[in-house]
Design a protein around this ligand. Sequence first.
Ligand SMILES: Cc1cc2nc3c(=O)[nH]c(=O)nc-3n(C[C@H](O)[C@H](O)[C@H](O)COP(=O)(O)OP(=O)(O)OC[C@H]3O[C@@H](n4cnc5c(N)ncnc54)[C@H](O)[C@@H]3O)c2cc1C
Ligand code: SF4
Length: 326
Amino acid sequence: MEPFEYRRAASGKEALALASRGGAQFLAGGTELINWMRIGIERPATLIDITRIDGLSHITTLPNGGLSIGALNRLNDVAQHALVAQRYPVLSQAILKAASAQIRNLATIGGNPLQRVRCPYFRADEPTPCNRRSPGSGCAALHGFNEKHAIFGWTDDCVAVQPSDPAVALAALDAAYVVRGISGVRRIPARDFHVLPGEDPSAHHRLRPGELMVAMEIPRHWPRSAYLKIRERESYEYATASVAVALDLDGDVIRRARIALGSVAMKPWRLDETERRLAGVRIGSPEMDAAINAGFGDARALSRNAYKIQLARNAVARAIDQAAEA
Ligand SMILES: Cc1cc2nc3c(=O)[nH]c(=O)nc-3n(C[C@H](O)[C@H](O)[C@H](O)COP(=O)(O)OP(=O)(O)OC[C@H]3O[C@@H](n4cnc5c(N)ncnc54)[C@H](O)[C@@H]3O)c2cc1C
Ligand code: SF4
C-alpha cells in the first residue's frame, strides 16, 4: 500500500471541497476501499473520512409515503430497522444475506453499490488482461474462468457481474440513489446506476468523481416481497445468482410485479418482459412459467456458465412463491 494523506470531513460541504482537489477517495466503512489499496486497484493521494458527517445516517418516511435511507447507515442497522423490515422485507433480506455479520456492522449502505466486480482477473495480484483494470488489455475471463460471470448484457470486452445484494433489492423497488456534487443534487434510478460494458467496459457506476452518495429513496411500500440468494455456501458467500421480487396481489392473482436478478450482469437485471406478462396471472399457473421464460429471451451463456440460465430461471419462480406467501 502506498502512503496517503488522511483527512476527516466535518460536513458534506467540506468533503466535497476536499474531493474537488482530485486524487481523493471517500472512506466510509473501508471494507472495499482498503482492499483495493492493498491490491493496487486504487492509489488515492488522500482519503477523506466521511463517517463523522452529520445528516447521512437517517432512516425517515418521505412525504409521498416512501422511505429515505442515509448513505452512512451501517448495513445491519438498515436491515434491522423496523420501517425497512416491515415495508421492504426484500431489502432487509438482501442485506442480511450480504457478507458476514462483522462486515455488515462496518460497511455502509452507501458504499455497498459502489463495490467493484469480484472477477478473479480484476482482483489478481499479478498483471492479467483485464479491460477494467487496464483498459485495452483484453478480457481474460471471456475464454477463461467464467463460471460465475454474466448471462445478460455482456460484451467481449467484459463479462463480469455486479455483486451487490442490496442493489438488486433497490432496483426491484424502483429506488433512486441521491448524490450530491459541488454543482447540486442528482437522483439516479437504482436500476440504471451501474454501467453495462457495451457503454463503457471500465466503468462500474454513474457516480462522478468527487460526488457524494447521500441517500437512497424508495417510493412506495412493498410488504409482499422476497430476496433469494443462490450461493455455494449459506454462511458467507457472494451470489452465484440472486432474485429480488416485489408483488401486489389480489388473492392469488398478480396485479403488479417487480423482479430484478443479481450477479447475472454488470447491473441488477430487471425482467421487464416478465413483469409485464405477470399482470393478471395466477401464482403457480402455466402462464406464470411462460412469463418467467419470456424474461430470459436475451440470456447468453459463456463457455462455462450455461447452468446459470436455468438456475436463475428456477430462482425467479421460487422467489415469486416466497413473496406471495410473505
Ligand atoms: C469478505 C467480503 C465479503 C463480502 N460479501 C458481500 C456479499 O455477499 N454481498 C454484498 O452485497 N456485498 C458483499 N461485500 C461487500 C461489502 O458489502 C462492501 O464492501 C461494503 O458495503 C462497502 O461499504 P463500505 O462502507 O465499507 O465502503 P468503502 O470501502 O468505504 O468504500 C467503497 C467505495 O465507495 C466509495 N464511497 C463509500 N461511501 C461513499 C459515499 N457516501 N459517497 C461517495 N462514495 C462513497 C469509496 O470512496 C470507495 O470508492 C463483501 C465484502 C467483503 C470484504
Ligand atoms: S470479465 Fe471484466 S473484470 Fe473480468 S477480466 Fe474481463 S474485463 Fe476484467
